[in-house]
Every structure is written in structure tokens, then in C-alpha cells.
Design a protein around this ligand. Structure first.
Ligand code: SF4
Length: 364
């Protein structure tokens, strides 16, 4: 990260085999969209999430039938390396069953799980199973008593609810928990997370709830999460999108990579094109994105529409192409490697990329 950045050092917690908080990397999380009724699709989604770099997977556990599915996913080894968070609303018994089945964490909102009495049972079970809890306070489900007390000031009510839950967890001497306090308003989310970060030292899971479509949701999340992350706040993140969960993971890494907080996978630097562009750069960039989407090692690829600003402007890229009038240039770290016919540029680029990746034992 750049000058002036200082990450808040939160208390370290454990979720499965992963650590959250303290000096651990900020982890990217997502939530599955397929239902347990379609186990094939759900398994495919989980495999896709994990291969795209998702580091914590959350699944909605909605009824007792879901528990058997949770058990078999765990037995089949889906979550040996990547922890599973069972998301439970309203029914505290489901949270107990999910923990007994081996879920590494349950996400509950004490405000809708039956109050502190039922929360106490979940804490006891998490202690017994050596699991983690995510306290998830949402702007849509705040304790009515606290809302009255704060005269319907939602952000303030979210802060007060969260602090009350934290005190309760501490009184029960349970500390293996993280907190999310998501609002659908970007500014409210920033306000709430900043206030919580000042008052408590537990890891914070950042997100903007109901953020929207791929385009709108990514932008809202990038603004909200970006501001908080830049201020050193946040230990795990999720970009919520009304779209494939794998896209949530990609968006999460784009946010972290752009702040130099992680360096995961391929970063394609492509120019916006202009009147100087001599070929269909958008298609070339799209093809390159497609063939590189499973690469997890950090790699910068430049795709530039002309030689004027080509290799020079993209000299930080590991490999790149710049289109000329009749030929295209392939360059490595700002130095020209070869000139090829524009019609062959994608094929030639792919060959050079494969050679470069062989050094890292990575295949396309
Ligand atoms: S790199 Fe060249 S083609 Fe691309 S926008 Fe800049 S001037 Fe135009």
C-alpha cells in the first residue's frame, strides 16, 4: 500500500484453517446462489468459487434438510481448505445443527435469531465446536427497542446494536467472532464501519448490502469498501452482486489489487481506444481476459490501441501488446519483443504468454 496507509490491527480470530485479522491478508468472501435442492449446480458453483480464489464461502441454511447437505459437502472435502460459513436467519436451532455438522462459522443476527437468550445457545455451541461466529447486523433487521431509543436513526441503531452484542459475547468469554454491519447506503455503511472500528478491536467483514447489478454493485462496493480499506479498516470483504458469485470474487480482488492490498491474478490494463485504434481492441482484450481468468499468480497485461502511448505508458506491465498501423508489437516489461501482423496478434501473444507463465509453472 501507499504512503500514509496504516491497517488497523484487529484481534486475530480463526475460521477453519484460516486466520482473520491482525496481520493476515484481507480475505475475499462470497455467498452461493444455488439451492441445496440442486446439489450438482451448488457443487459446481462452490468449485468455481474456490478456483477463482474465493477464500471463505457462505451458504444459506434455510431448513433442517439443508443440514444433511452441509454435512455431506464437508465430508466430500469441499471445505478442507476454504472455510464454510452457514448463514442462518430466525431459527437458532438451525445454527446449532450447522455447527454440530461441522460448519466453521455461523453468521447470525442476534436481532432476528431470538434475542440474546437464543444467541447464548449459539455461542455455547460455537465454543464447544471450536467454531467462529459472524455477528451480522443489517440495516433492515435492527432491534426495534434500539430503533426507538435512537429515534429511528438507522446507522446509530446499527452501531448501538452491534456494541450491545459485542458486550454480550465478551461477557460469555467468547472472542472468536467477526462483525458485519451492512447498510445498502454506501455513506451509512462507511459511517457505521468507521464508528465501529474506533470503538472495538474485532475483525470487520465489509460489504454493501443489496448493492445491485454487476455494474452498479461493483461501483458502489468499490466506493464504499475502497474508502474504508484505504483508511485501514476491514479484514474480510464481499462484493454483493445480483450476478454470478464468481464475479463477486473477481470484483473483490479488483478492489484489493487496486489499493495494492493484495496482488491476486491478472490485471489487464487496456486503453479506452480512440480514433487512432486500428483494430478491434475490445475483442482482443475480451479474449485475453477469457484465457487468463483462472490465473492466480499476479500478472499485469497491457492491451494498448496504438504505439503512441503503447509500450511506454504500459511499461509496468509484465507483457503487453500495442497495435500499430499494419503491425502489432508484443512487449515485455516495456521492451519490444517482436512485431507481428495485426491479424496474428492474439495467437502470437498467447504463445508468448504461455512461455512467460511456464517460468511460474502456470498453465493457461
Ligand atoms: S493508447 Fe493510443 S489508441 Fe489507446 S486511447 Fe491512448 S492514444 Fe488512443
Amino acid at each position: 500500500m501507499e504512503k500514509g496507509y496504516k491497517r488497523k490491527v484487529t484481534r486475530e480470530i480463526t475460521i477453519g484453517r484460516k486466520k482473520i485479522g491482525a496481520g493476515s491478508p484481507i480475505l475475499v468472501q462470497s455467498m452461493t446462489k444455488n439451492k441445496f435442492e440442486h446439489p450438482g449446480l451448488l457443487k459446481e458453483e462452490i468449485r468455481g468459487l474456490i478456483s477463482s480464489g474465493c477464500e471463505i464461502v457462505r451458504i444459506a441454511v434455510t431448513d433442517k434438510d439443508s443440514i444433511a447437505h452441509v454435512s455431506s459437502l464437508l465430508k466430500e472435502g469441499f471445505f478442507n481448505d476454504v472455510p464454510l460459513v452457514a448463514d442462518v436467519q430466525f431459527d437458532f436451532e438451525l445454527a446449532l445443527l450447522a455447527l454440530e455438522a461441522g460448519a466453521h462459522c455461523v453468521r447470525i443476527n442476534p436481532g432476528n435469531i431470538g434475542g440474546l437468550q437464543k444467541t447464548r445457545e449459539v455461542i455455547k455451541k460455537a465454543k464447544e465446536m471450536d467454531a467462529c461466529i459472524r455477528i451480522g447486523v443489517n440495516s433492515g433487521s435492527i432491534d426495534k427497542k434500539i430503533l426507538r431509543k435512537t429515534s429511528n436513526d438507522f446507522p446509530q441503531a446499527m452501531i448501538e446494536s452491534t456494541l450491545e452484542y459485542v458486550r454480550f459475547f465478551e461477557n460469555m468469554q467468547f472472542y472468536n467472532f467477526k462483525i458485519s454491519a451492512k447498510a445498502s447506503s454506501v455513506t451509512d455503511s462507511i459511517y457505521v464501519y468507521k464508528a465501529l472500528s474506533e470503538k472495538i478491536n474485532y475483525p470487520l467483514h465489509l460489504g454493501i448490502t443489496e448493492a445491485g447489478s454487476k455494474f452498479a454493485g461493483s461501483i458502489k462496493s468499490a466506493v464504499g469498501l475502497g474508502i474504508l480499506l484505504y483508511e485501514g479498516i476491514g479484514d474480510t470483504i464481499r462484493v454483493s452482486l445480483t450476478d454470478d458469485s464468481v464475479k463477486e470474487v473477481k470484483a473483490g480482488y479488483y478492489i484489493l489489487n487496486s489499493l495494492n492490498l493484495r496482488s491476486y491474478g491478472v490485471d489487464i490494463i487496456s486503453c479506452p481506444t480512440c480514433g487512432r485504434t486500428k483494430a478491434d481492441l475490445k475483442s482482443i482484450a475480451g479474449e485475453i481476459e477469457k484465457i487468463t481468468q483462472k490465473i492466480s499468480v499476479p500478472l499485469k497485461i497491457a492491451v494498448m490501441g496504438c504505439m503512441v502511448n503503447g509500450p511506454g505508458e504500459a511499461k509496468e506491465a509484465d507483457i503487453g501488446i500495442a497495435l500499430g498501423t499494419s503491425k502489432a508489437t508484443i512487449f515485455l516489461k516495456g521492451k519490444v519483443l517482436k512485431k507481428v501482423e495485426i491479424k496474428d496478434v492474439f495467437f502470437e501473444f498467447k504463445n508468448e504468454l504461455e512461455k512467460l507463465l511456464q517460468i511460474n509453472n502456470v498453465r493457461l
